[in-house]
Design a binder for this molecule. Structure first.
Ligand SMILES: Cc1cc2nc3c(=O)[nH]c(=O)nc-3n(C[C@H](O)[C@H](O)[C@H](O)COP(=O)(O)OP(=O)(O)OC[C@H]3O[C@@H](n4cnc5c(N)ncnc54)[C@H](O)[C@@H]3O)c2cc1C
Length: 485
C-alpha cells in the first residue's frame, strides 16, 4: 500500500512517464485492421495474468500500437502473482537495478518510483526491494498505463473458433465468453503445469497436514509445532524461516542432495546475446542448456540461508529425500528417508513446479494439437529428460506450435509468456532479469502475425493510395530566444 503522502509524487511521476512515452510515440497510427464477428469488433489480444509479465506485455503492445487488448486475473487487484500471497522472502532475490517492466521508459522504472517517494539517498541505501513494494510498484504501472483489466476473472477454457479464440471466463457474476485474435498466457510459474507434489504425500496425508510452498499456509497455527520442509531451494528455506519466526518448536529441512547447491546457473546466462538469441539456437544446444539448468537447482540466497540457520531449532538433513510418508496413530506425520524415519506435525513441500500441459484446464480443448519438445526433438542417447520433453515447443514469438500442421492453426495464437517457455526461449519468459527481452520478442511475434496476415490488404491500400501531401508553404521560422541563465 502506498502511503497517501506519496501519491502526489507518484502522480507527478505518472505524468512524467506519459511525457517520456510521447517522446517516442512515432509512428502514432493504430494500424491493426479491426476484425468483426457478428458486427462487433473482437479483441486483438487478451492477456491472462495481471502480474509483472502481463503488465509488461500490455505495455509493450501499447507501445507497438496494439491497444485493443484486455488483461484479466483471477486474483483481486493488488494480489496478483506471488509477492503478497505465497512469496515468503523479506525482499526480492534479484538485484534492485533490473530494468523489469519499465520497457525503457525511465519514469516507469522501480528506481524512479522509489526515489519519487523516499529520495535518492534512500535508494542508495536500499539493498534489495521489499516484495510488498514490488507489488505496489506493479500496481502503479498498471494504473499509470491505464491497462484495461478485469480482476476476479478466471480463464477456464480456450477454444478455436473459426480463426479466432473463444475464451470461457468465470467471474463472481457467472460465466462469460470473450472472442479474441490472440491470447497471451502470462500465468506465471505454474502456467504450463502445476506444483510438484509427490503422489504419496497427496495420497497418504490428510489435506490439512501439508501444503506446497506456493500455497497459503496458516503459520500462526504452526506455533509450538514440529514442521518438516522438503527441498533445498530458496522457497524451501523461506518457508522454514517463516515457520521458525512464527514460533515453530523445530523445523527440519530434508533434501536429496549431499550438500547444498552452491552454483547458480542463472548467473552465467545473464548476458545480452543469450537473452536475445537463445530462442534461435539449434534444438540440441537449447536442450543441453536445459539439462544443465535442471540438474543444478538454485542455491538459497545467502540472506535467506542466514535467516534460517540463525535459529538453533533449525536442522538440515542431507541425502534425506522423503521416500514415503504416513500418519501414525498418535496423529504425527511419519517421514521415511534413506537416512532414517522422522516425525513432524506439519509438512511443507518446497518442491517447485513441473511442466505438464494436461494439468492446465484452459488448454484442454487444444492440447491434442500442441507440439511438445518430446514431439519435435529426439535427444542423443544418454541425454534424455522426460521433464524437459513435456514442455511445449514454442515458436519465435512464444507461440504454441501445432503437433500436426494444418489441424488446428489457432494454437499459434496462444502465446506462452510463462514458465512453460524456458526450454524454447531461455530465461526470458519468467523472472525480472530477462523480462524486457522476453516482452520485446513476444510483442514482435504478435505484431508480425497481425501484420503478415493483412500484408496483401496493406499492399492493396498502398497501391490505391493517392492522397496529396498538404501543400508545403514555407513557414516563418521563429527562433526561440535563449533562456536566461
Ligand atoms: C516465491 C517466489 C519468489 C520469486 N522471487 C523472484 C525474485 O526475487 N526475482 C525474480 O526475478 N524472480 C522471482 N521469482 C520468479 C518470477 O519473477 C515470479 O514468479 C513472477 O511472479 C513471475 O511473474 P509473472 O507475471 O510471469 O507471473 P505471476 O506473477 O505468477 O502472475 C501470474 C498471474 O496469472 C494469474 N492466473 C494464472 N492462471 C490464471 C487463469 N487461468 N485465469 C486468470 N488468471 C490466472 C495468477 O492469478 C497470477 O496473478 C519468484 C518466484 C516465486 C514463486
Amino acid at each position: 500500500m502506498i502511503p497517501d503522502t506519496h501519491t502526489t509524487a507518484l502522480d507527478r511521476l505518472a505524468q512524467q512517464a506519459h511525457h517520456e512515452r510521447t517522446l517516442f510515440d512515432y509512428p502514432p497510427r493504430e494500424w491493426v485492421p479491426p476484425r468483426l464477428r457478428d458486427g462487433e469488433r473482437v479483441l486483438d489480444v487478451v492477456i491472462v495474468g495481471g502480474g509483472q509479465n502481463g503488465i509488461a506485455a500490455a505495455s509493450g503492445l501499447q507501445q507497438a500500437r496494439v491497444p485493443n487488448l484486455l488483461m484479466l486475473d483471477e486474483n483481486p487487484e493488488g494480489r496478483e502473482g506471488p509477492w503478497v500471497t505465497y512469496a515468503r522472502m523479506i525482499t526480492l532475490r534479484t538485484i534492485k537495478t533490473l530494468p523489469g517492466p519499465a520497457l525503457k521508459v525511465p519514469a516507469l522504472s522501480f528506481q524512479s518510483w522509489y526515489e519519487a517517494q523516499y529520495g535518492a539517498d534512500a535508494w542508495e541505501a536500499l539493498v534489495r526491494i521489499p516484495r510488498e513494494m514490488w507489488m505496489a510498484y506493479l500496481g502503479w504501472i498498471r494504473q499509470t498505463l491505464a491497462i484495461p483489466t478485469m480482476h476476479g476473472t478466471r480463464l477456464e477454457l480456450i477454444e478455436p473458433d473459426d480463426g479466432l479464440l473463444r475464451l470461457t471466463v468465470r467471474t463472481s457474476a457467472g460465466t462469460q465468453h470473450i472472442l479474441t485474435r490472440k491470447v497471451v498466457l502470462a500465468t506465471g510459474s505454474t502456467g504450463a503445469g502445476g506444483r510438484n507434489i509427490p503422489a504419496f504425500v497427496e495420497q497418504k496425508l490428510p489435506r490439512d497436514r501439508w501444503a506446497h510452498s506456493a500455497q497459503s499456509i496458516d503459520f500462526a497455527a504452526l506455533q509450538g509445532k514440529d514442521v518438516a520442509v522438503l527441498g533445498a531451494g530458496a522457497s524451501a528455506f523461506d518457508n522454514a524461516a517463516t515457520a521458525l519466526e512464527a514460533g515453530a518448536a523445530r523445523v527440519d529441512l530434508y533434501m536429496r542432495r549431499a550438500t547444498l547447491p552452491e552454483m547458480n546457473s542463472a548467473r552465467f546466462m545473464e548476458f545480452e546475446g543469450l537473452y536475445r538469441h537463445f530462442a534461435e539456437m539449434d534444438s540440441l544446444v537449447r536442450w543441453r542448456f536445459m539439462r544443465k539448468i535442471f540438474a543444478s537447482p538454485m542455491p538459497p540466497p545467502p540472506d535467506t540461508f542466514l535467516r534460517t540457520t540463525a535459529f538453533p531449532n533449525f536442522h538440515m538433513h542431507f541425502e534425506s529425500a522423503w521416500e514415503d510418508v504416513g500418519l501414525r496413530d498418535d496423529g504425527t506425520i511419519e517421514l521415511v528417508t534413506p537416512t532414517g524415519t522422522h516425525t513432524a506435525d506439519f509438512a511443507i513441500l518446497g518442491t517447485g513446479f513441473a511442466a505438464n500441459l494436461a494439468r492446465r484446464p484452459e488448454l484442454a480443448a487444444v492440447l491434442p494439437h500442441v507440439a511438445l519438445w518430446g514431439d519435435r526433438f529426439v535427444p542423443p542417447a544418454g541425454e534424455e529428460s522426460p521433464a524437459i520433453a513435456r514442455f511445449p515447443f514454442l515458436g519465435a514469438g512464444f507461440e504454441l506450435t501445432e503437433r500436426t500442421p494444418g489441424e488446428c492453426p489457432e494454437v499459434a495464437d496462444i502465446h506462452m509468456f510463462n514458465g512453460g517457455a524456458l526450454p524454447s526461449m531461455g530465461p526470458i519468459g519468467l523472472g525480472i532479469n530477462g523480462m524486457a527481452h522476453g516482452t520485446e520478442r513476444l510483442v514482435r511475434g504478435i505484431t508480425r502475425d497481425f501484420y503478415l496476415r493483412d500484408a496483401e490488404r496493406f499492399c492493396a491500400e498502398f497501391l490505391a493510395y493517392d492522397v496529396p501531401e498538404a501543400k508545403l508553404v514555407p513557414a516563418p521560422v521563429a527562433m526561440p530566444s535563449p533562456s536566461p541563465t
